[in-house]
Design a protein around this ligand. Structure first.
Ligand SMILES: *[C@@H]1O[C@H](CO)[C@@H](O)[C@H](O)[C@H]1NC(C)=O
Ligand SMILES: *[C@@H]1O[C@H](CO)[C@@H](O)[C@H](O)[C@H]1NC(C)=O
Ligand SMILES: *[C@@H]1O[C@H](CO)[C@@H](O)[C@H](O)[C@H]1NC(C)=O
Ligand SMILES: *[C@@H]1O[C@H](CO)[C@@H](O)[C@H](O)[C@H]1NC(C)=O
Length: 273
């Protein structure tokens, strides 16, 4: 038995109180540091600087490499072709058509990035996944470096804002689709703009799609079926397709997430806005 049970007890109490205080204090500091670290991670994820590439592949090349009619694009490295049987009533097709549901909207958002996430990152051209083209690569993509280009700040890695064509074209299809279900999408950010702006956007989309589709020049042979006494084209034919998922993956992999507030005008080498 201890001769001083009370003192021993209070010493014990002091020891444990102190120990607990140290534990809680340490935990508090660790939580604080973890909070700071998480915050940093969120920020560094927000401004992703990793995207740069050096390889530009031909999307249209003459045999004579010195000929000017040469079109380069970094994403063309992932292009591959395959025969695809179109099926307008397949299970996959049903994910994209019919009266809108949250699932149909989400399916379109996936291939166009028209979703909410991009608004957080970017107001400018937020419906595509912007990527970075280093300024010195501009001649390879037939672009002149001038003050009209939207550029990324030097501290965000520099270069100009760019994106892949097919994503704009799909965005246009999605916009027209939404317009045909105007009531359902009336609160969509593309429809809550002045009427004139929306009209311009829709007209621009129709024209972009006209040029895109004639450019692709699909010559697949379609046959006809009797629909009562009327001929009805059969669209379910095998087409030569580019693997879209590979292109989408490439765009995601090379997307930069830089807020619009960071975009700059007229940056000359080493200069500022
Ligand atoms: C390539 O094109 C240039 C000018 O366009 C021409 O002078 C040259 O002979 C061509 N070379 C070949 C191998 O065709
Ligand atoms: C490149 O080739 C195309 C088609 O062969 C020809 O029309 C064009 O004039 C050529 N351009 C140059 C710069 O040689
Ligand atoms: C298209 O998909 C539907 C539903 O899966 C199927 O019943 C039909 O046979 C398919 N058509 C062709 C041409 O494969
Ligand atoms: C940027 O702006 C400065 C001053 O306004 C101008 O002198 C310069 O030519 C511009 N540079 C470019 C690349 O547009």
């Amino acid at each position: 038995m201890s001769p001083h049970p009370r003192r021993a007890c209070s010493r014990n109490a002091i020891f444990w109180t102190t120990a607990l205080n140290i534990v809680f204090l340490t935990a508090g500091v660790l939580f604080f540091l973890e909070g700071v670290r998480l915050q940093r991670n969120v920020e560094s994820e927000f401004i992703s600087r990793v995207t740069s590439f050096c390889e530009f592949y031909c999307i249209f090349c003459n045999n004579n490499r010195t000929n000017k009619s040469i079109i380069l694009a970094p994403a063309s490295g992932v292009i591959s072709y395959y025969p695809r049987l179109f099926n307008l009533s397949s299970e996959e097709a049903m994910h994209y058509q019919g009266h809108p549901t949250p699932e149909i909207t989400a399916a379109w958002d996936r291939i166009t990035d028209d979703g909410i996430r991009s608004i957080l990152y970017l107001r400018i051209s937020c419906s595509v996944r912007p990527m970075r083209i280093p300024v010195e690569m501009l001649p390879l993509v037939n672009t002149k470096d001038d003050e009209t280009l939207i550029k990324f700040a030097e501290e965000d890695g520099g270069g100009v804002m760019a994106s892949v064509g097919v994503l704009h074209q799909l965005h246009c299809v999605n916009l027209l689709r939404k317009a045909t279900y105007g009531e359902y999408y009336k609160d969509d950010r593309f429809f809550t703009v002045p009427a004139e702006e929306l009209r311009g956007h829709l007209d621009h989309c129709v024209e972009l799609l006209r040029q895109t589709i004639s450019c692709a020049g699909d010559v697949t042979v379609l046959t006809y079926r009797w629909h009562g006494d009327k001929p009805h084209p059969n669209f379910d034919k095998i087409h030569q397709c580019r693997r879209f998922d590979d292109i989408l993956d490439w765009a995601l992999e090379h997307a930069v997430h830089i807020p619009a507030s960071h975009m700059v005008r007229n940056i000359t080498a080493g200069g500022s806005h």
